[in-house]
Design a protein around this ligand. Structure first.
Ligand SMILES: [Zn+2]
Length: 341
């Protein structure tokens, strides 16, 4: 600690007294003495506090009011404020980083938890034209990566289009037939449309009525805005990843690839149930057999899973069955919904 050799003039108030007398104090190496007429009346005094950066209250109850303002650095040293401040600052740094980490964790957890809410809010305020634009753009990207022109004969496509036509009444959703790579026998619904049916699915079902069932399910996804919701959720996850990892391009590319994959595969179970039940309604309203969704599911299950090692967990292949695993539960709620019509 630096030594100080300072004397200050002022007024001294004895304990509980309102009367003052001229006095002076000396501050020597942090130790304070009080003088009246150059005579020491008290020494090695302890300061209780300093008010208004001026009035010095001593622990013994005396008050000294200096005539001139005492250098603030001296006052700080006297009260050990400076040391306290530095000490507090050090503690605060640890505390501060802890608090900041906690805020960050809560922000990330909170943000992650709020993505679905933000996504459904965004879905509600998205105009149909924007949803369709998003769908068209994603379809184009997906088409470049994964889809090839169809190999199906023209008459087959026309027959399916004719058969599914009533489902598209009052919508401007398009249906597209494409040959697929990794997604196999599949059907996809892009936000606001289009719906893509792969050649493999058409061949696997080998029945236009059953394709009607699958198409009804995909239309239901579009009407319920499930795909748009998923897009917004994926975007939220991308924003979160950018916050956590920074805008590292390779990580973002990785996330995009994973997201596109996930997007094709991972509409939630709840969304699937909603789409199934809405498909039953759509079929019914279109004057078609509401059983077609269930029939399509059962047929796909029988053809791709039954009697194979996938029978108990029919979700490991890269096709419609993997994103739409057939389950007793699914068959049951569909049966119940159909019976209620
Ligand atoms: Zn689905």
């Amino acid at each position: 600690m630096l030594g100080y050799e300072n004397k200050f003039e002022g007024f001294l108030f004895e304990r509980l007294s309102s009367e003052s007398q001229e006095a002076s104090i000396s501050i020597d190496d942090g130790k304070i003495s009080i003088y009246i007429d150059d005579r020491v009346i008290a020494s090695e005094l302890e300061i209780a506090n300093i008010q208004d950066a001026k009035n010095i209250n001593f622990v013994d109850g005396r008050l000294f009011v200096p005539t001139d303002v005492i250098n603030s650095e001296i006052l700080e040293r006297l009260t050990n404020k400076r040391e306290n401040f530095v000490r507090n600052l050090e503690i605060f740094t640890v505390k501060k980083s802890l608090i900041l980490s906690l805020i960050l964790v809560f922000f990330i957890v909170g943000f992650r938890a709020s993505i679905p809410h933000l996504a459904s809010f965004a879905v509600r305020i998205t105009p149909q034209s924007v949803e369709q634009e998003i769908g068209r753009n994603i379809f184009k990207i997906f088409e470049d990566i994964e889809l090839l022109p169809t190999d199906l004969p023209r008459w087959k496509i026309d027959a399916i289009k004719q058969r599914t036509k009533p489902l598209f009444a009052n919508t401007n959703i398009e249906i597209k037939f494409k040959k697929s790579g990794i997604i196999g026998a599949n059907a996809l619904a892009f936000p606001g449309g289009p719906i893509v049916i792969t050649d493999d699915l058409v061949r696997l079902l080998d029945n236009e009525d059953l394709i009607v069932g699958v198409v009804a399910h995909e239309i239901a996804h579009i009407k319920l805005h499930h795909s748009l919701n998923l897009v917004y959720n994926t975007m939220g996850a991308g924003v979160l990843a950018t916050i956590v990892f920074g805008s590292n391009e390779s990580i973002l590319e990785e996330i995009s690839a994973v997201s596109i994959n996930a997007w094709a595969m991972s509409l939630s179970r709840k969304s699937e149930m909603e789409a199934d039940l809405t498909a039953v309604e759509i079929l019914n309203e279109s004057g078609m057999n509401p059983r077609l969704v269930l029939d399509a599911l059962r047929t796909l299950f029988d053809k791709t899973c039954l009697g194979t090692e996938l029978e108990n967990n029919c979700g490991d292949s890269g096709d419609w069955m993997s994103s739409h695993p057939a389950s007793i539960e699914r068959f049951e709620y569909l049966e119940n919904a159909i019976l209620k019509i």
